[in-house]
Design a protein around this ligand. Structure first.
Ligand code: XMP
Length: 515
């Protein structure tokens, strides 16, 4: 890859990942490093520019991370954001003080002197702020560019030294012209080109796998989700028939999902696929079980059993050396690992393989964000339904059936869920809603009336949620007409269901899934 590298130094804000993504959206490759990295470590990576992220602390707080002033003498362009802006001001001899006026949320930015950084934005615009301290005087040699009510210096630059910064958060969507300001810094002030493209990502990932694997054999478990599918597609492109994919059909996927793996994925990639039909085995072990944690444990255990059986059979047939893992960049960052130790996601399909089945991991998505994974998947021609699938839990529909999981209940829930998903898609709301579980209350019945006769059927719960990361969530405000269509269709088309309710609980206190 010819793209130059931008390092985002993480001062502990939740925004570092977002900044790294925005840098990539400006077609520049970026990685995140902790603020504890030394200037020597940073310089050794030969970054084309550095972005200092926001952070939760005051620059004056005890133990607050500081910026080593030597960083600014290395000749590397630096852009400071929020806390990074203040730390930069302080390290360069500017004046940072507590004004008593904190600004949180939408704030009006007034541009006094556009300079280069703000040359392409209006004289007045809204941006997202989150600060207590503010910069009162720019460091010597810097031009103060903008101000807000609470921040006398809200942006500054020194184009000669290729250093600039802003008090607001240009990376968040609520900040107007945020991407433009970031792009101006990267391309105009730092002088970086636009070489990072998703087509190049796919090519590079394919080349890397080819080099790592040589003529050895590789195994990949498919879950039906986007990560494992894209990882497998990359490896397939790289080494063709040396890859064998295994799909454990536990019978707990939604309507059409097993088929998407068995038929559409194979058609799109030409991958060699072994399907382990374990539907009966899972149902047998789940019979009579109602406790959510017990369900999860049984499913995790049986999954490993089936996958291990398949892996052993394939390994004895032809020695397998590698296992593909769909680890994404956020997993790598969150587990604190930049280099070295491979982190195994807690996803149950590989976490528990026994030691004597030791494979070396291949992680072709290790440097990518979810939206980049989707782009690569589209470029490799994977089915859209797989690419845009909402997150779906490993234990599948089993934790969306309250009560015992049976074949009949699975069939009922599958139909109701398919209707809800279809109507959501028709309404064009797939991207607005993070996840849309439909939950079958298997042990509850209520009285209803249909035609001339009394019914005694089950309710289903619609659980649309909006979220950024599934850690917190809000209930999704679906339009009434969409809810009405879903309700009418489910009660008309799924005979066993006579009542549809909507879950309006946020997370916390409610989780997204019901079990
Ligand atoms: P909760 O229900 O805890 O879910 O709000 C948060 C996110 O995690 C997913 N989830 C799971 N994913 N195995 C998984 O792979 C599981 O056992 C599991 N339980 C919950 C859930 O769908 C949501 O995206």
């Amino acid at each position: 890859m010819d793209s130059e590298l931008v390092l985002v130094i993480d001062f502990g804000a939740q925004y570092a990942q977002l900044i790294a993504r925005r840098v990539r959206e400006a077609c520049v490759y970026s990685e995140i490093i902790p603020h504890t990295a030394s200037v020597a470590d940073i310089v050794a990576r030969k970054p084309a520019a550095i972005v200092l992220s926001g952070g939760p602390q005051s620059v004056y707080a005890d133990g607050a991370p500081q910026v080593d002033p030597a960083l600014f003498d290395a000749g590397i362009p630096v852009f400071g954001i929020c806390y990074g802006f203040q730390a930069m001001a302080r390290a360069l001899g500017g004046d940072v003080a507590r004004t008593g006026l904190s600004e949180f949320g939408r704030t009006v930015i007034t541009v006094d002197e556009p300079g280069r950084l703000l040359a392409d934005v209006p004289a007045c615009f809204n941006a997202w702020m989150s600060h207590g301290d503010s910069v009162h005087a720019a460091p010597a040699g810097f031009t103060a560019l903008a101000a807000t009510q609470g921040a006398p210096v809200a942006a500054f630059e020194n184009t000669e030294r290729r250093l600039a910064g802003v008090q607001w958060h240009p990376e968040v969507l609520h900040s107007e012209y945020g991407q433009r300001v970031l792009s101006t810094f990267l391309h105009e002030i730092a002088g970086i080109g636009s070489a990072w493209k998703t087509a190049a990502i796919a090519e590079e990932a394919i080349a890397r796998v080819r080099e790592q694997v040589g003529d050895k054999r590789v195994l990949c478990g498919l879950s039906g989700g986007v990560d494992s599918a894209v990882a497998a597609a990359i490896v397939q492109r790289a080494i063709g028939d040396q890859l064998t994919c295994v799909f454990v059909d536990h019978g707990l996927l939604r309507k059409g999902e097993a088929e998407a793996v068995e038929r559409d994925f194979v058609a799109a990639t030409g991958a060699k696929l072994v399907v382990a039909d374990a539907k009966d085995q899972f149902l047998r072990h789940l019979a009579g079980v109602t406790d959510p944690e017990t369900k999860r444990k049984i499913i995790g255990r049986e999954f490993i059993r089936v996958f291990e059986e398949q892996a052993r059979a394939l390994d004895s047939e032809a020695d397998i050396e590698f296992l593909v893992q769909g680890t994404l960049y956020p997993d790598v960052v969150e587990s604190g690992g930049g280099e070295g130790a491979a982190t195994i996601k807690s996803h149950h399909n590989v976490g528990g393989l026994p030691d004597d089945l030791a494979f070396t991991l291949i992680e072709p998505l290790r440097t990518l964000f979810k939206d980049e994974v989707r782009q690569v998947g589209l470029e490799l021609g994977l089915p859209e339904a797989m690419i845009w699938r909402h997150p779906f839990p490993g234990p599948g529909l089993a934790i969306r059936i309250i009560g015992e999981v049976t074949r009949e209940r699975l069939a009922i829930l599958r139909e109701a869920d398919a209707i809800a998903r279809e109507e959501l898609t028709k309404a064009g709301l797939d991207r607005d809603i993070w996840q849309f579980p439909v939950v079958l209350l298997g042990n509850v019945r209520s009285v209803g009336v249909q035609g001339d006769s009394r019914t005694y059927g089950h309710p289903v719960v619609l659980r649309p949620v909006t979220s950024e990361d599934a850690m917190t969530a809000d209930w999704g405000r679906l339009p009434y007409d969409v809810l009405e269509r879903i309700s009418t269709r489910i009660t008309n088309e799924v005979r066993e269901i006579n009542r549809v309710v909507v879950d309006i609980t946020s997370k916390p206190p409610g989780t997204i899934e019901w079990e």
